[in-house]
Design a protein around this ligand. Structure first.
Ligand code: AMP
Ligand code: ZN
Length: 511
Protein backbone atom coordinates (compact mmCIF):
# COMPACT_ATOMS: atom_id res chain seq x y z
CA UNK A 1 0.00 0.00 0.00
CA UNK A 2 1.46 3.40 -0.89
CA UNK A 3 1.73 5.68 2.08
CA UNK A 4 -0.17 8.81 1.19
CA UNK A 5 0.75 10.88 4.25
CA UNK A 6 1.03 14.47 3.21
CA UNK A 7 0.23 13.62 -0.38
CA UNK A 8 -1.77 16.50 -1.76
CA UNK A 9 -4.79 15.46 -3.73
CA UNK A 10 -5.26 17.97 -6.49
CA UNK A 11 -6.38 15.61 -9.23
CA UNK A 12 -9.02 18.03 -10.45
CA UNK A 13 -6.77 21.05 -10.69
CA UNK A 14 -5.74 22.06 -14.20
CA UNK A 15 -1.99 21.47 -14.44
CA UNK A 16 0.27 24.50 -14.48
CA UNK A 17 3.56 25.08 -16.28
CA UNK A 18 6.68 25.01 -14.14
CA UNK A 19 10.42 25.26 -14.72
CA UNK A 20 13.20 22.95 -13.62
CA UNK A 21 16.93 22.76 -14.33
CA UNK A 22 17.72 19.73 -16.47
CA UNK A 23 21.23 18.31 -15.90
CA UNK A 24 21.08 16.60 -19.29
CA UNK A 25 20.70 19.88 -21.22
CA UNK A 26 22.46 22.09 -18.64
CA UNK A 27 19.68 24.64 -18.49
CA UNK A 28 16.45 25.49 -16.75
CA UNK A 29 13.54 24.35 -18.90
CA UNK A 30 9.78 24.35 -19.01
CA UNK A 31 8.88 20.87 -17.80
CA UNK A 32 7.35 18.91 -20.66
CA UNK A 33 5.88 15.46 -20.09
CA UNK A 34 5.37 12.53 -22.44
CA UNK A 35 1.68 12.34 -21.48
CA UNK A 36 0.15 15.78 -20.87
CA UNK A 37 -0.58 16.36 -17.18
CA UNK A 38 1.06 13.14 -16.02
CA UNK A 39 4.61 12.59 -14.71
CA UNK A 40 6.50 9.33 -14.59
CA UNK A 41 9.16 9.87 -11.93
CA UNK A 42 12.02 7.63 -10.80
CA UNK A 43 14.21 8.07 -7.74
CA UNK A 44 17.40 6.15 -6.95
CA UNK A 45 16.79 4.60 -3.56
CA UNK A 46 19.16 3.94 -0.67
CA UNK A 47 21.83 1.25 -0.45
CA UNK A 48 20.61 -0.47 2.69
CA UNK A 49 23.86 -1.51 4.38
CA UNK A 50 23.83 1.22 7.03
CA UNK A 51 21.64 4.03 8.34
CA UNK A 52 20.93 6.87 5.93
CA UNK A 53 22.84 9.99 6.94
CA UNK A 54 21.24 13.41 6.90
CA UNK A 55 23.09 14.15 3.64
CA UNK A 56 21.31 11.26 1.90
CA UNK A 57 18.12 12.53 3.47
CA UNK A 58 18.65 16.05 2.11
CA UNK A 59 18.38 14.50 -1.35
CA UNK A 60 15.19 12.64 -0.37
CA UNK A 61 13.69 15.82 1.13
CA UNK A 62 14.34 17.68 -2.15
CA UNK A 63 12.78 14.87 -4.18
CA UNK A 64 9.82 14.69 -1.81
CA UNK A 65 9.08 18.39 -2.20
CA UNK A 66 9.49 18.14 -5.94
CA UNK A 67 6.94 15.32 -6.12
CA UNK A 68 4.47 17.11 -3.83
CA UNK A 69 4.94 20.36 -5.74
CA UNK A 70 4.12 18.67 -9.05
CA UNK A 71 0.96 17.19 -7.56
CA UNK A 72 0.08 20.61 -6.14
CA UNK A 73 0.58 22.13 -9.58
CA UNK A 74 -2.09 19.76 -10.90
CA UNK A 75 -0.14 16.79 -12.30
CA UNK A 76 -0.69 13.15 -11.57
CA UNK A 77 2.58 11.48 -10.60
CA UNK A 78 3.70 7.88 -10.59
CA UNK A 79 6.83 7.77 -8.49
CA UNK A 80 9.01 4.68 -8.39
CA UNK A 81 12.03 3.94 -6.18
CA UNK A 82 14.41 1.00 -5.87
CA UNK A 83 16.08 -0.31 -2.74
CA UNK A 84 19.67 -1.32 -3.47
CA UNK A 85 20.20 -4.62 -1.68
CA UNK A 86 22.70 -6.19 -4.08
CA UNK A 87 25.48 -5.27 -6.52
CA UNK A 88 26.69 -1.89 -5.16
CA UNK A 89 30.44 -1.97 -4.60
CA UNK A 90 32.31 0.65 -2.59
CA UNK A 91 33.47 2.25 -5.81
CA UNK A 92 30.59 3.14 -8.10
CA UNK A 93 32.74 1.82 -10.95
CA UNK A 94 32.52 -1.87 -10.05
CA UNK A 95 35.57 -1.96 -7.79
CA UNK A 96 36.13 -2.46 -4.09
CA UNK A 97 34.07 -4.31 -1.53
CA UNK A 98 30.42 -5.27 -1.83
CA UNK A 99 28.60 -2.76 0.39
CA UNK A 100 25.92 -5.20 1.56
CA UNK A 101 28.51 -7.81 2.45
CA UNK A 102 30.47 -5.18 4.34
CA UNK A 103 27.36 -4.33 6.40
CA UNK A 104 26.60 -8.01 7.07
CA UNK A 105 30.16 -8.66 8.28
CA UNK A 106 30.15 -5.58 10.49
CA UNK A 107 27.04 -6.76 12.28
CA UNK A 108 27.46 -10.54 12.06
CA UNK A 109 24.14 -10.88 10.28
CA UNK A 110 22.99 -12.16 6.91
CA UNK A 111 22.76 -9.79 3.94
CA UNK A 112 18.97 -10.10 3.88
CA UNK A 113 18.73 -9.33 7.63
CA UNK A 114 20.83 -6.22 7.08
CA UNK A 115 18.71 -5.20 4.09
CA UNK A 116 15.45 -5.57 6.04
CA UNK A 117 16.75 -3.72 9.10
CA UNK A 118 18.14 -0.72 7.21
CA UNK A 119 15.20 -0.51 4.80
CA UNK A 120 12.88 -0.19 7.81
CA UNK A 121 15.26 2.31 9.44
CA UNK A 122 15.28 4.39 6.24
CA UNK A 123 11.50 4.63 6.15
CA UNK A 124 11.40 5.46 9.87
CA UNK A 125 13.73 8.38 9.16
CA UNK A 126 11.57 9.42 6.22
CA UNK A 127 8.51 9.42 8.47
CA UNK A 128 10.27 11.68 11.00
CA UNK A 129 11.08 14.09 8.18
CA UNK A 130 7.59 14.01 6.63
CA UNK A 131 8.96 12.39 3.49
CA UNK A 132 6.15 10.58 1.73
CA UNK A 133 6.76 7.07 0.42
CA UNK A 134 6.91 6.70 -3.37
CA UNK A 135 3.99 4.92 -5.06
CA UNK A 136 6.20 1.94 -5.93
CA UNK A 137 9.18 0.72 -3.87
CA UNK A 138 11.04 -2.36 -5.10
CA UNK A 139 14.20 -4.14 -3.92
CA UNK A 140 16.85 -4.86 -6.54
CA UNK A 141 16.94 -8.56 -5.64
CA UNK A 142 13.38 -9.02 -6.95
CA UNK A 143 14.13 -8.43 -10.65
CA UNK A 144 16.72 -10.98 -11.76
CA UNK A 145 14.58 -12.14 -14.72
CA UNK A 146 14.30 -8.55 -15.94
CA UNK A 147 18.06 -8.04 -15.77
CA UNK A 148 18.63 -11.25 -17.70
CA UNK A 149 16.13 -10.14 -20.37
CA UNK A 150 17.76 -6.71 -20.81
CA UNK A 151 21.34 -8.01 -20.74
CA UNK A 152 20.50 -10.77 -23.26
CA UNK A 153 19.18 -8.18 -25.70
CA UNK A 154 22.23 -5.96 -25.17
CA UNK A 155 24.49 -8.94 -25.99
CA UNK A 156 22.39 -9.83 -29.07
CA UNK A 157 22.56 -6.26 -30.38
CA UNK A 158 26.31 -5.97 -29.79
CA UNK A 159 26.20 -3.51 -26.88
CA UNK A 160 27.53 -6.00 -24.34
CA UNK A 161 30.33 -8.54 -24.26
CA UNK A 162 31.62 -11.32 -22.05
CA UNK A 163 35.15 -11.12 -20.65
CA UNK A 164 36.86 -12.94 -17.82
CA UNK A 165 33.52 -14.47 -16.85
CA UNK A 166 31.63 -11.17 -16.44
CA UNK A 167 29.27 -9.35 -18.82
CA UNK A 168 30.22 -5.75 -19.62
CA UNK A 169 28.49 -2.89 -21.40
CA UNK A 170 30.63 -1.67 -24.32
CA UNK A 171 30.59 2.13 -24.12
CA UNK A 172 32.51 2.46 -27.42
CA UNK A 173 29.31 1.41 -29.22
CA UNK A 174 27.56 4.65 -28.23
CA UNK A 175 27.47 7.88 -30.23
CA UNK A 176 27.54 9.83 -27.00
CA UNK A 177 28.42 8.42 -23.60
CA UNK A 178 28.85 11.53 -21.42
CA UNK A 179 25.56 13.23 -20.84
CA UNK A 180 26.09 15.32 -17.76
CA UNK A 181 29.75 16.35 -17.86
CA UNK A 182 32.54 16.60 -20.35
CA UNK A 183 34.92 14.15 -18.67
CA UNK A 184 38.56 13.93 -19.54
CA UNK A 185 39.90 10.45 -20.20
CA UNK A 186 42.26 10.58 -17.21
CA UNK A 187 39.44 11.39 -14.91
CA UNK A 188 37.75 8.17 -15.86
CA UNK A 189 40.28 5.79 -14.42
CA UNK A 190 38.02 5.49 -11.42
CA UNK A 191 39.80 2.41 -10.12
CA UNK A 192 43.08 4.28 -10.02
CA UNK A 193 41.51 7.36 -8.50
CA UNK A 194 39.99 5.43 -5.65
CA UNK A 195 43.07 3.39 -4.93
CA UNK A 196 41.71 0.05 -6.15
CA UNK A 197 42.92 -2.09 -8.98
CA UNK A 198 41.31 -1.39 -12.36
CA UNK A 199 39.47 -4.29 -14.01
CA UNK A 200 41.67 -5.68 -16.81
CA UNK A 201 38.70 -7.33 -18.55
CA UNK A 202 37.19 -4.03 -19.62
CA UNK A 203 37.73 -3.13 -23.28
CA UNK A 204 37.29 0.57 -22.51
CA UNK A 205 37.96 2.19 -19.16
CA UNK A 206 34.32 3.34 -18.84
CA UNK A 207 32.77 -0.03 -19.64
CA UNK A 208 30.74 -1.28 -16.72
CA UNK A 209 29.58 -4.60 -15.38
CA UNK A 210 26.06 -5.75 -16.18
CA UNK A 211 26.45 -9.18 -14.61
CA UNK A 212 29.21 -10.60 -12.42
CA UNK A 213 29.61 -14.34 -12.90
CA UNK A 214 33.05 -14.54 -11.34
CA UNK A 215 32.47 -13.22 -7.94
CA UNK A 216 35.61 -11.78 -6.46
CA UNK A 217 34.04 -12.23 -3.04
CA UNK A 218 34.40 -15.83 -1.95
CA UNK A 219 31.56 -15.48 0.50
CA UNK A 220 29.24 -13.61 -1.89
CA UNK A 221 25.88 -14.24 -0.21
CA UNK A 222 23.40 -13.72 -3.01
CA UNK A 223 23.83 -15.50 -6.34
CA UNK A 224 21.46 -16.46 -9.11
CA UNK A 225 21.60 -18.68 -12.18
CA UNK A 226 21.88 -16.90 -15.51
CA UNK A 227 22.67 -17.85 -19.13
CA UNK A 228 26.25 -16.74 -18.35
CA UNK A 229 26.72 -18.71 -15.15
CA UNK A 230 25.84 -18.23 -11.51
CA UNK A 231 26.35 -14.69 -10.33
CA UNK A 232 24.74 -11.38 -9.50
CA UNK A 233 23.84 -8.11 -11.25
CA UNK A 234 25.96 -4.97 -11.49
CA UNK A 235 24.63 -1.96 -9.66
CA UNK A 236 23.37 0.20 -12.55
CA UNK A 237 21.08 -2.33 -14.25
CA UNK A 238 18.62 -2.38 -11.33
CA UNK A 239 17.41 1.19 -11.82
CA UNK A 240 16.94 0.78 -15.58
CA UNK A 241 15.02 -2.48 -15.12
CA UNK A 242 12.80 -1.31 -12.25
CA UNK A 243 12.00 1.97 -13.99
CA UNK A 244 11.21 0.25 -17.32
CA UNK A 245 8.87 -2.12 -15.52
CA UNK A 246 6.98 0.43 -13.41
CA UNK A 247 7.37 3.72 -15.29
CA UNK A 248 7.21 2.35 -18.83
CA UNK A 249 9.48 3.13 -21.78
CA UNK A 250 9.27 6.92 -21.49
CA UNK A 251 10.45 8.41 -18.24
CA UNK A 252 9.74 12.11 -17.58
CA UNK A 253 11.95 12.67 -14.56
CA UNK A 254 14.85 10.83 -12.98
CA UNK A 255 16.27 12.00 -9.63
CA UNK A 256 19.25 11.41 -7.39
CA UNK A 257 22.09 13.10 -5.57
CA UNK A 258 24.70 14.77 -7.74
CA UNK A 259 27.23 11.96 -7.10
CA UNK A 260 24.83 9.63 -8.92
CA UNK A 261 25.19 11.55 -12.21
CA UNK A 262 28.45 9.83 -13.06
CA UNK A 263 28.86 6.95 -13.53
CA UNK A 264 25.50 5.63 -12.27
CA UNK A 265 23.02 7.74 -14.24
CA UNK A 266 25.32 7.95 -17.24
CA UNK A 267 25.38 4.15 -17.33
CA UNK A 268 21.64 3.89 -16.80
CA UNK A 269 21.10 6.03 -19.91
CA UNK A 270 23.61 3.97 -21.92
CA UNK A 271 21.98 0.64 -21.18
CA UNK A 272 18.32 1.80 -21.22
CA UNK A 273 18.53 3.62 -24.55
CA UNK A 274 20.58 0.85 -26.17
CA UNK A 275 17.98 -1.64 -24.98
CA UNK A 276 14.98 0.43 -26.05
CA UNK A 277 16.38 1.86 -29.27
CA UNK A 278 14.90 5.29 -28.50
CA UNK A 279 15.43 8.17 -26.05
CA UNK A 280 14.46 7.20 -22.52
CA UNK A 281 14.33 9.92 -19.86
CA UNK A 282 13.75 13.55 -20.78
CA UNK A 283 14.59 15.30 -17.52
CA UNK A 284 17.35 14.73 -14.95
CA UNK A 285 17.23 16.25 -11.46
CA UNK A 286 20.34 16.20 -9.25
CA UNK A 287 20.38 17.49 -5.69
CA UNK A 288 23.67 18.97 -4.46
CA UNK A 289 25.39 17.53 -1.42
CA UNK A 290 25.21 18.23 2.23
CA UNK A 291 28.77 18.98 3.29
CA UNK A 292 30.55 19.14 6.59
CA UNK A 293 33.69 21.19 7.26
CA UNK A 294 35.73 18.36 5.71
CA UNK A 295 33.64 17.99 2.54
CA UNK A 296 30.80 15.72 1.44
CA UNK A 297 29.03 13.90 4.25
CA UNK A 298 29.60 10.23 3.52
CA UNK A 299 29.25 6.91 5.26
CA UNK A 300 32.84 5.96 4.56
CA UNK A 301 34.15 8.87 6.66
CA UNK A 302 33.06 7.19 9.87
CA UNK A 303 30.60 7.85 12.63
CA UNK A 304 31.84 11.33 13.65
CA UNK A 305 30.93 12.77 10.23
CA UNK A 306 27.97 10.55 9.64
CA UNK A 307 24.98 12.20 11.26
CA UNK A 308 21.64 10.46 11.50
CA UNK A 309 18.09 11.51 12.33
CA UNK A 310 18.37 9.48 15.55
CA UNK A 311 21.41 11.51 16.59
CA UNK A 312 19.58 14.79 15.89
CA UNK A 313 16.76 13.61 18.13
CA UNK A 314 19.18 12.55 20.87
CA UNK A 315 20.55 16.07 20.78
CA UNK A 316 16.98 17.42 21.13
CA UNK A 317 16.62 18.67 17.59
CA UNK A 318 13.26 18.31 15.93
CA UNK A 319 13.78 16.41 12.63
CA UNK A 320 11.43 18.92 11.02
CA UNK A 321 13.83 21.71 11.99
CA UNK A 322 16.33 19.89 9.74
CA UNK A 323 13.73 19.79 6.98
CA UNK A 324 13.17 23.53 7.50
CA UNK A 325 16.97 24.04 7.30
CA UNK A 326 17.07 22.19 3.95
CA UNK A 327 14.14 24.13 2.55
CA UNK A 328 15.85 27.43 3.14
CA UNK A 329 18.60 26.62 0.65
CA UNK A 330 18.41 25.81 -3.06
CA UNK A 331 18.73 22.15 -4.03
CA UNK A 332 21.43 22.89 -6.62
CA UNK A 333 23.71 24.55 -4.07
CA UNK A 334 25.86 22.53 -1.67
CA UNK A 335 24.62 23.02 1.87
CA UNK A 336 27.08 23.23 4.75
CA UNK A 337 25.98 21.52 7.92
CA UNK A 338 27.07 22.84 11.32
CA UNK A 339 25.30 22.41 14.65
CA UNK A 340 25.09 26.19 14.87
CA UNK A 341 23.28 26.37 11.51
CA UNK A 342 20.86 23.72 12.68
CA UNK A 343 20.26 25.51 15.99
CA UNK A 344 19.46 28.72 14.11
CA UNK A 345 17.05 26.84 11.87
CA UNK A 346 15.42 25.20 14.89
CA UNK A 347 14.86 28.49 16.67
CA UNK A 348 13.44 30.08 13.49
CA UNK A 349 11.16 27.06 13.05
CA UNK A 350 9.95 27.25 16.67
CA UNK A 351 9.27 30.98 16.34
CA UNK A 352 7.28 30.31 13.20
CA UNK A 353 5.18 27.67 14.96
CA UNK A 354 4.60 30.11 17.82
CA UNK A 355 3.35 32.75 15.39
CA UNK A 356 0.92 30.30 13.81
CA UNK A 357 -0.21 29.08 17.26
CA UNK A 358 -1.12 32.67 18.13
CA UNK A 359 -3.67 32.80 15.28
CA UNK A 360 -7.30 32.35 16.30
CA UNK A 361 -9.01 30.89 13.24
CA UNK A 362 -12.08 29.62 15.11
CA UNK A 363 -13.57 32.82 16.42
CA UNK A 364 -16.99 33.69 14.90
CA UNK A 365 -15.81 36.93 13.37
CA UNK A 366 -13.08 35.06 11.55
CA UNK A 367 -14.82 33.53 8.56
CA UNK A 368 -13.26 33.69 5.10
CA UNK A 369 -14.98 36.31 2.94
CA UNK A 370 -15.35 36.10 -0.84
CA UNK A 371 -12.77 38.85 -1.16
CA UNK A 372 -10.37 36.83 0.96
CA UNK A 373 -10.99 33.74 -1.16
CA UNK A 374 -9.75 35.76 -4.09
CA UNK A 375 -6.62 36.76 -2.13
CA UNK A 376 -6.04 33.12 -1.21
CA UNK A 377 -6.15 32.01 -4.82
CA UNK A 378 -3.65 34.74 -5.66
CA UNK A 379 -1.35 33.34 -2.97
CA UNK A 380 -1.75 29.85 -4.41
CA UNK A 381 -0.81 31.08 -7.86
CA UNK A 382 2.17 32.89 -6.41
CA UNK A 383 3.29 29.73 -4.62
CA UNK A 384 2.99 27.66 -7.80
CA UNK A 385 4.89 30.28 -9.80
CA UNK A 386 7.66 30.93 -7.28
CA UNK A 387 8.33 27.38 -6.11
CA UNK A 388 7.93 26.30 -9.73
CA UNK A 389 10.94 28.40 -10.67
CA UNK A 390 13.48 25.58 -10.37
CA UNK A 391 12.06 24.31 -7.08
CA UNK A 392 12.68 27.48 -5.14
CA UNK A 393 11.68 26.16 -1.72
CA UNK A 394 13.16 29.19 0.07
CA UNK A 395 10.64 31.45 -1.64
CA UNK A 396 7.91 29.02 -0.56
CA UNK A 397 9.07 29.55 3.04
CA UNK A 398 9.15 33.34 2.55
CA UNK A 399 5.55 33.20 1.38
CA UNK A 400 4.57 31.70 4.76
CA UNK A 401 5.88 34.85 6.47
CA UNK A 402 4.13 37.07 3.89
CA UNK A 403 0.84 35.35 4.68
CA UNK A 404 1.37 35.82 8.43
CA UNK A 405 1.86 39.56 7.85
CA UNK A 406 -1.03 39.93 5.37
CA UNK A 407 -4.14 41.91 6.15
CA UNK A 408 -6.50 38.94 6.10
CA UNK A 409 -8.39 37.05 8.79
CA UNK A 410 -6.70 34.38 10.91
CA UNK A 411 -9.02 31.79 9.38
CA UNK A 412 -7.82 32.74 5.90
CA UNK A 413 -4.19 32.61 7.04
CA UNK A 414 -4.54 29.13 8.49
CA UNK A 415 -6.34 27.99 5.37
CA UNK A 416 -3.55 29.04 3.02
CA UNK A 417 -0.73 27.89 5.32
CA UNK A 418 -2.30 24.44 5.52
CA UNK A 419 -2.42 24.48 1.73
CA UNK A 420 1.28 25.39 1.28
CA UNK A 421 2.17 22.81 3.89
CA UNK A 422 0.86 20.07 1.61
CA UNK A 423 4.07 20.70 -0.31
CA UNK A 424 6.48 21.98 2.33
CA UNK A 425 5.37 19.36 4.90
CA UNK A 426 6.57 21.23 7.98
CA UNK A 427 3.54 20.13 10.05
CA UNK A 428 2.75 23.82 10.56
CA UNK A 429 -0.84 23.33 11.61
CA UNK A 430 -0.33 20.18 13.71
CA UNK A 431 2.68 21.61 15.57
CA UNK A 432 0.95 24.91 16.31
CA UNK A 433 -2.13 23.05 17.63
CA UNK A 434 0.17 20.98 19.88
CA UNK A 435 1.84 24.14 21.15
CA UNK A 436 -1.54 25.74 21.88
CA UNK A 437 -2.55 22.67 23.83
CA UNK A 438 0.71 22.68 25.78
CA UNK A 439 0.22 26.34 26.60
CA UNK A 440 -3.33 25.66 27.79
CA UNK A 441 -2.05 22.87 30.05
CA UNK A 442 0.56 25.22 31.43
CA UNK A 443 -2.09 27.16 33.26
CA UNK A 444 -3.64 25.55 36.32
CA UNK A 445 -6.23 27.47 38.19
CA UNK A 446 -6.54 26.95 41.94
CA UNK A 447 -9.21 28.07 44.38
CA UNK A 448 -9.93 31.78 44.30
CA UNK A 449 -8.72 32.10 40.66
CA UNK A 450 -5.03 31.60 41.55
CA UNK A 451 -3.32 30.95 38.20
CA UNK A 452 -0.03 29.13 37.62
CA UNK A 453 1.84 29.47 34.34
CA UNK A 454 4.45 26.76 33.88
CA UNK A 455 7.51 26.39 31.67
CA UNK A 456 6.45 25.76 28.05
CA UNK A 457 9.23 23.19 27.65
CA UNK A 458 8.18 21.08 30.64
CA UNK A 459 6.67 17.70 29.83
CA UNK A 460 3.10 17.03 31.04
CA UNK A 461 4.18 14.94 34.08
CA UNK A 462 6.61 17.58 35.32
CA UNK A 463 4.05 20.32 34.71
CA UNK A 464 1.46 18.54 36.82
CA UNK A 465 3.88 17.79 39.69
CA UNK A 466 5.33 21.31 39.90
CA UNK A 467 1.94 22.99 39.57
CA UNK A 468 0.62 20.81 42.43
CA UNK A 469 3.51 21.90 44.69
CA UNK A 470 2.98 25.56 43.86
CA UNK A 471 -0.71 25.22 44.65
CA UNK A 472 0.17 23.62 48.01
CA UNK A 473 2.48 26.54 48.75
CA UNK A 474 -0.32 28.98 47.90
CA UNK A 475 -2.72 27.11 50.21
CA UNK A 476 -0.08 27.06 53.01
CA UNK A 477 0.31 30.83 52.65
CA UNK A 478 -3.48 31.29 52.75
CA UNK A 479 -3.59 29.40 56.08
CA UNK A 480 -0.59 31.39 57.34
CA UNK A 481 1.66 28.31 57.47
CA UNK A 482 4.68 30.28 56.24
CA UNK A 483 7.23 27.62 57.29
CA UNK A 484 5.55 25.12 54.94
CA UNK A 485 5.35 27.73 52.16
CA UNK A 486 9.11 28.41 52.50
CA UNK A 487 9.88 24.70 52.60
CA UNK A 488 8.07 24.23 49.31
CA UNK A 489 9.86 27.21 47.75
CA UNK A 490 13.21 25.65 48.79
CA UNK A 491 12.19 22.29 47.40
CA UNK A 492 11.34 23.91 44.06
CA UNK A 493 14.66 25.72 44.08
CA UNK A 494 16.54 22.49 44.71
CA UNK A 495 14.72 21.00 41.70
CA UNK A 496 16.02 23.84 39.53
CA UNK A 497 12.68 25.68 39.32
CA UNK A 498 12.57 29.47 39.42
CA UNK A 499 9.28 30.72 40.86
CA UNK A 500 8.01 34.27 40.46
CA UNK A 501 4.90 35.48 42.28
CA UNK A 502 2.71 37.74 40.16
CA UNK A 503 -0.64 39.36 41.02
CA UNK A 504 -3.26 36.58 41.18
CA UNK A 505 -0.82 33.70 40.60
CA UNK A 506 2.72 32.53 39.89
CA UNK A 507 4.97 31.83 36.91
CA UNK A 508 7.69 29.20 36.91
CA UNK A 509 10.45 28.13 34.61
CA UNK A 510 13.27 25.62 34.63
CA UNK A 511 16.71 27.12 35.06
P1 AMP B 1 23.23 5.69 -1.20
O1 AMP B 1 22.41 5.14 -0.07
O2 AMP B 1 24.68 5.85 -0.87
O3 AMP B 1 23.02 4.90 -2.48
O4 AMP B 1 22.72 7.18 -1.47
C1 AMP B 1 21.38 7.54 -1.44
C2 AMP B 1 21.19 8.93 -2.04
O5 AMP B 1 21.87 9.94 -1.27
C3 AMP B 1 21.72 9.07 -3.46
O6 AMP B 1 20.78 9.79 -4.23
C4 AMP B 1 23.01 9.85 -3.30
O7 AMP B 1 23.31 10.59 -4.45
C5 AMP B 1 22.64 10.77 -2.14
N1 AMP B 1 23.78 11.30 -1.36
C6 AMP B 1 24.91 10.66 -0.95
N2 AMP B 1 25.69 11.48 -0.19
C7 AMP B 1 25.04 12.66 -0.10
C8 AMP B 1 25.31 13.93 0.56
N3 AMP B 1 26.40 14.12 1.29
N4 AMP B 1 24.41 14.92 0.41
C9 AMP B 1 23.28 14.74 -0.32
N5 AMP B 1 22.94 13.58 -0.95
C10 AMP B 1 23.81 12.55 -0.84
ZN1 ZN C 1 19.80 4.40 -9.55
Amino acid sequence: MPDTRNAPDYQNREYQDFYLYNSATHRKEKFVTHTPGHIEMYTCGPTVYHFAHIGNLRTYICEDILEKYMRYAGYTVNRVMNITDVGHLTSDADEGEDKMLKGAKREHKSVMEIAKFYTDAFFDDCRELNIKQPDVIQPATGFIDEYIKIISRLIDTGYAYSAGGNIYFDTSKLNQYYIFNAHEKDDLAVGVREGVEADQNKRNSNDFVLWFTKSKFEDQALKWDSPWGTGYPGWHIECSAISLKYNGEYLDLHCGGVDNAFPHHTNEIAQSESYLGHPWCSHWFHAAHLNTASGKMSKSKGESEFLTVTLLKQKHYDPLAYRFFCLQSHYRKALVFTWENLSNAQSAYQKLIKKIAALRPDSDSNHISAQEQEILSQYREKFIRQVGNDLNTASGVTLIYDVLKANISDAAKVNILADFDQVLSLSLIEKSAELREREANQKTTGAGGYQITGDADADPGELEAVNALILQRYQAKQSKNFAEADRIRDELKSRGIELTDIPGGAVWKKL
